[in-house]
Design a protein around this ligand. Structure first.
Ligand code: 4AD
Ligand code: MG
Length: 458
């Protein structure tokens, strides 16, 4: 067994005046006339531990370089410095994993763009350590919220036969070698493919969550989602995690109330667990970060229907790049206007035109809008998309036909309307977009350990 004391235990005073062995990576090292110092980190706390080397006994400290992994035996003493309460007086040093001058993270500050080119190393910086610690706590907050509220966690399949959102942004999955695919009469012969039919990586777990909810009541999925999204913005990525709860006996109002409670819960949870990291992000990335938490936890979320939003924008006297018109999608400039300027708070936009939404959303009595909502946040835009589902078999069928859906492919989805159908609703929340909001990071690639986006993958 490796004898080791984590840095967190040294810093919180658990082992004052004891001799301990600490392992860590050197963040910085500097040498003075009689003493040298190294700041080391081992991931157990956001803080680094200062190690002091007296010249006697440590004549050659050339291996003590930024990026190296070291093992130090030393005495825990109170630190005379302001920065930390404890430090380590070294008595023994071993270079476990050396790093030379070619280690890329020599300087203290690097641009996020530069760091994006080395996902395997950037996690050794303060910024990315903080991002991924918060990612961990946010994941746990999500599971806790649903568990405390009577939901069951479901593992949805990642390989599916459906494109739930009907947006044609799916990645196809095949075991056939692409350079030897058989085509006859212009059609691919799938009889030799693994599933003997066309298959895709999931774009949403919703369709599979629905049958589970119509038996278990309240369920949720939280897993990877894949989209060959043509939008290549700082909010889009090809592989992201989505949280998708699905609830029997919920209508749109119930759905919206749940979304608001969920967001408030995760914000409170993080504020309680991640004070040090939130402080770090407010200092270096987003001055208003603490206000964001306050607004989410204490403030009310606004609500407006799509039709009212279009009228509001038309009457605003604002010169939009594209004039808002009933039937168009809510473009980024409209999101900004609504969430950042008009409401200055998160806002639920509800009841969009059926023509711009997927077939599964419940048709309202007006026959032209659907019972759905997008939750827009100031600064980041759409965080959540949700809806009441169409539980009426005949209406669902005609909406599917209108949307060009092959009903044969979805027969099991129609079955749950045939036998014991029930009103139900759900939503999908993009994990990374929420994490961006909670950290103040402005690019989705900076909250994903190994991001995949159009034309880029390391
Ligand atoms: O609005 P979307 O497409 O909704 C659905 O997929 C529904 N089936 C969800 C449901 O009702 N169960 O996606 C939901 C959320 C978006 O609001 C956004 O936060 C995130 O998923 N999202 C993306 N995040 C990063 N990169 C992308 N390319 C994303 N596309 C959607
Ligand atoms: Mg959406």
């Amino acid at each position: 067994m490796i004898d080791r004391t984590p840095v967190v235990s040294v810093l919180n005073g658990e082992c004052s005046d004891e001799v301990v062995v600490v392992y860590g990576w050197v963040r910085t090292a500097r040498s003075g006339k009689n003493v040298s110092f190294a700041e080391i980190s081992d991931g157990s706390t956001p803080s680094t531990l200062q190690v002091v080397f007296n010249r006697d006994g440590f004549e050659d400290l050339s291996g003590l370089a930024t990026g190296a992994c070291i093992r130090v035996k030393g005495k825990v003493v109170r630190s005379p410095g302001q920065e930390q309460s404890r430090e380590l007086e070294a008595v023994e040093l071993e270079i476990v994993g050396p790093a030379g001058e070619d280690f890329p993270l020599q300087k203290k500050k690097h641009s996020l763009e530069f760091l994006r080119s080395m996902p395997h190393l950037r996690v050794r910086t303060n910024t990315f350590g903080a991002v991924f610690r918060m990612s961990h706590h946010l994941s746990l907050a999500i599971h806790r919220f649903f568990d405390e509220n009577g939901f069951y966690f479901i593992h949805a399949p990642l390989i599916t036969t459906s494109d739930a959102e009907g947006a044609g942004e799916s990645f196809q999955v095949t075991s056939m070698p692409l350079d030897r695919i058989k085509v006859s009469d212009g059609r691919v012969d799938y009889s030799e493919d693994y599933f003997r039919r066309k298959a895709f990586l999931t774009v949403s777990a919703q369709l599979e969550a629905e049958p589970m909810a119509l038996a278990m009541g309240k369920v949720y999925t939280f897993g990877p989602t894949f989209r060959a999204d043509p939008s290549d913005t700082r909010f889009h990525t090809a592989e992201f995690w989505m949280i998708e709860p699905e609830m029997a006996f919920f209508d749109l109002d119930d759905d919206i109330a749940l979304i608001e409670r969920f967001v408030k819960y995760t914000a409170s949870y993080l504020r309680e667990k991640c004070g040090e990291d939130i402080g770090f992000f407010s200092r270096f990335y987003e001055k208003e970060l603490e206000n964001r938490y306050r607004m989410l936890i204490e403030g009310d979320f606004a609500r407006i229907s799509y039709s009212e939003a279009i009228e509001l924008m038309q009457g605003s006297g604002r010169d939009f790049e594209t004039a808002p018109q009933w039937g168009c999608d809510i473009a980024t400039e409209y999101e900004r206007f609504l969430a950042d300027e008009h409401f200055g708070s998160p806002v639920f936009v509800t009841d969009y035109p059926a023509s711009i939404k997927p077939f599964y959303m419940r048709l309202n009595d007006d026959g032209r809008t659907v019972a759905c909502t997008d939750l827009l946040f100031p600064q980041v835009g759409e965080i959540v998309g949700g809806s009441q589902r169409e539980e009426r078999s005949d209406v669902l069928r005609s909406r599917a036909l209108e949307c060009g859906i092959d009903i044969e492919d979805y027969s099991w989805y129609f079955d749950i309307r045939k036998w014991g159908t029930a009103p139900h609703a759900g939503f999908g929340l993009g994990f990374e977009r929420l994490l961006m909001y909670f950290t103040g990071m402005e690019n989705i690639r900076d909250v994903i350990p190994f991001p995949r986006s159009k034309g880029r993958m390391l």
